[in-house]
Write a protein of this length. Structure first.
Length: 189
């Protein structure tokens, strides 16, 4: 599995492997991006809502995908946002993202789940199991990780699925044998 890098600022596009549990690095055109993919798996159909971004572990940065529903933050392997660092609890916090149909937007609540070292929003500690509303561009501190919350609310931004979208289907050319008998002999019978 790889991540397609399509950056207009880069000199070329490339696909490189990214470890799904602890992240990886993507390099293209002199830019390095480290990421943690959830990614386009069919079992995860919840709406993409944003990212947590951090430069705490590496100068090149890291990000984690956030989707509608419960996003579990901690150092356990099954965490949605895995922060594998000594000062992070196994089940440190939860970022609950729910659709508010009355206001046609998403509500985002951060809950500290009785972590050892606490959870902070913009420098202020939140009490265990006392959920606090968070917003786009808030800074969340969990252990030694400082995370920037980036939210893309498709309802507030009026982002919709295009009725004109036409997907390109990739063809697997690897099954064609161009060297044994030639293509004309194989396909003109």
């Amino acid at each position: 599995m790889g991540t397609k890098v399509n950056n207009p600022a880069s000199q070329h596009n490339s696909t490189v492997p990214v470890n799904q549990n602890i992240g990886g690095s993507v390099k293209t055109g002199g830019t390095i991006i480290s990421g943690h993919e959830d990614d386009q798996k069919s079992e995860n159909l919840n709406t993409l809502l944003g990212f947590l971004v951090s430069f705490s572990r590496t100068d090149s940065g890291e990000y984690w995908v956030l989707r509608e529903g419960n996003n579990f933050i901690g150092k356990e392997a099954d965490s949605t946002v895995r922060l594998n660092e000594d000062t992070v609890s196994g089940k440190h916090a939860t970022l609950n993202i729910t659709r508010n149909t009355e206001e046609n937007k998403y509500d985002i609540v951060l809950v500290d789940t009785a972590s050892t070292n606490g959870t902070f929003i913009n420098g202020k500690k939140i009490l265990a199991y006392n959920g606090k509303i968070v917003s786009n561009n808030d800074k969340i501190k969990i252990g030694n990780y400082e995370l920037k919350l980036i939210i893309i609310d498709k309802y507030l931004e009026n982002l919709t699925k295009s009725e004109y979208f036409k997907e390109v289907i990739d063809y697997d050319y690897s099954s064609r044998d161009f060297y044994a008998g030639g293509t004309a002999a194989k396909y003109n019978t």
